[in-house]
Ligand binder design. Sequence first.
Ligand SMILES: Cc1cc2nc3c(=O)[nH]c(=O)nc-3n(C[C@H](O)[C@H](O)[C@H](O)COP(=O)(O)O)c2cc1C
Length: 207
Amino acid sequence: MINDLNWRYATKKFDYSKKVSKQDLEDLLEVLRLSPSSFGLQPWKFIVVKNEALRQEIRKNSWDQPQVTDASDLIVLCSLKTMDRDVVKKFINTIAETWKVSPESLAGYEQKMLGSIKAKSPEEISNWMKRQVYIALGMLLSACAQKKIDACPMEGFIPKKVDEILGLEAQGLESVVMCPIGYRASDDSYAVLKKVRLDKSKVLIER
Ligand SMILES: Cc1cc2nc3c(=O)[nH]c(=O)nc-3n(C[C@H](O)[C@H](O)[C@H](O)COP(=O)(O)O)c2cc1C
């Protein structure tokens, strides 16, 4: 595991000719779907941008970072724009169907979720949902490393523009972070750089 994490790096230059297999991509999307979230609410959607023209447009709004167009696949991780009673109700119904119990038997859980949401301002709710998306990103990066698939987490884009390009507003979504995946170019100079990490003594505390 540690070897995999030392192997991975935020890939700057992808080999355009190398594509992630259909099965690997399916596995990675399943990793996203299986990611944990607060209350299990899964306030997200993950968009695989297949259309080349859209990827070009996104690149223009991502400080021209080549990963956007040159990686095998581009995944845009999005959060819901709002979390309301309706989303919670639908989720309660999903649990009820999955566990084969009545939605009424989950009323306590439903109230707990609604109470927690009501206690937050719209901005706090938005930030809270985005944090869930970053958990999914972390899971994705680890899974990529395990599979020896390269990836680059990316916040270097203009979310509002990407939302427009992908028509996210109409779907009640907003872009949070992107992750191109694929295979490193043999001449990506970043691949050979030693990892820069703070010393254990600086980040680990025992009490
Ligand atoms: C949330 C997030 C956003 C990032 N955005 C970008 C980005 O837009 N472009 C880029 O080249 N790298 C981006 N990075 C990569 C970081 O710079 C990189 O992960 C960090 O320097 C550690 O290096 P390593 O991932 O190669 O170990 C981002 C990383 C994270 C976690």
